[in-house]
Ligand binder design. Structure first.
Ligand SMILES: Nc1ncnc2c1ncn2[C@@H]1O[C@H](COP(=O)(O)OP(=O)(O)OP(=O)(O)O)[C@@H](O)[C@H]1O
Ligand SMILES: [Mg+2]
Length: 276
């Protein structure tokens, strides 16, 4: 792996343009849980550092995500998870290191440039308009699309279905229970069809049932809408429902990576994260 890839230089087999369909599949055996139709690395992070004064929030992150994955990122408080997302989305610039996405390098780009390349993040802070209905909120999120009237109608129907809010489309967002508000937020984040969706603790404050349903929604988004998802979570039930590859952050580095069984049985992870 190298950290000296120039901005704009291609880094993987990601040839999918918005209207170009998917690239040819490669054999499914390259990764157990990655669908064969989504080959290649979509996100590659090398030696990423971000320091805030003396605080080394990120201290040499190396991370690769394959197209089609749902990657869970876990780690103790202050381990750098949210900072990692803020660097990917251009909110913060790296102190050192590189972030490659799709066809090129994105570290140092402004947030709107990163968004334009197909990366969307659901923020912790709500961004919905509480006095507007579910449908009106999604319509606002769809403003930047160039879809025809029929295309918009189809997209709206798909979105409402994906985030399980079809029955509540005329409900004011402010009257939705907490879980459904979060799902509306997810709907707004995926409205314009990003290729990479970042979710920072989407189940915070949810009931166990809402948490499980959120995992189902994330799986649907991944499979039906063909989006790669990276999700930061503290809730281990959610991570269990997702049951895909997990990256464990600790002190600004990727401390361990593996499936649920490997992460759960690793003594080092237990010590730093699970506290046993
Ligand atoms: N803008 C900032 N200025 C100064 N320090 C910061 C800033 N953002 C993050 N930090 C520090 O960087 C470290 C990592 O913070 P970060 O929010 O990324 O952790 P986290 O893993 O998301 O934690 P949590 O699980 O509590 O959400 C912490 O020590 C935090 O105080
Ligand atoms: Mg955080």
């Amino acid at each position: 792996m190298t950290s000296d890839i120039a901005p704009g230089e291609p880094i993987g087999a990601d040839t999918r343009g918005d209207d170009q369909g998917l690239p040819a599949a490669r054999p499914a055996s390259h990764a157990a849980n990655v669908p064969a139709s989504t080959p290649g690395v979509i996100l590659r992070i090398v030696g990423l550092h971000r320091h805030f004064g003396g605080v080394k929030a990120l201290n040499g992150i190396d991370l690769s995500v394959e197209k089609g994955e749902v990657r869970c990122v876990i780690g103790p408080n202050g381990s750098g998870k949210s900072t990692l997302f803020k660097l990917i989305t251009g909110i913060h610039a790296p102190t050192a290191g590189s972030i490659m996405y799709g066809g090129g390098r994105i570290d140092g780009l402004r947030p709107f440039e990163v968004a334009r390349r197909g990366i969307s993040m659901k923020f912790q802070v709500p961004r919905t308009y509480l006095q507007l209905t579910v449908r009106q909120n999604l319509r606002i999120a769809l403003q930047r699309t160039r879809l025809s009237r029929a295309g918009l109608r189809d997209r709206m129907r798909d979105l409402l279905h994906l985030v399980t809010l079809a029955e509540f489309e005329e409900a004011p967002a402010g009257l939705l229970p907490h879980g459904q508000k979060q799902w509306l937020e997810i709907g707004m984040a995926i409205a314009i069809g990003p290729r990479l969706l970042l979710l920072d603790e989407p189940t915070a404050g949810m009931t166990p049932d809402e948490t499980r349903r959120t995992a189902d929604i994330v799986k649907q988004i991944n499979q039906q809408a063909d989006m790669t998802v990276v999700v930061i979570e503290h809730d281990m039930d959610f991570v269990r429902y997702i049951d895909r590859r997990i990256s464990v952050l600790h002190q600004g580095r990727v401390f361990f990576e593996g499936d649920l069984a490997a992460v759960s049985s690793d003594q080092g992870v237990r010590e730093i994260y699970l506290g046993s």
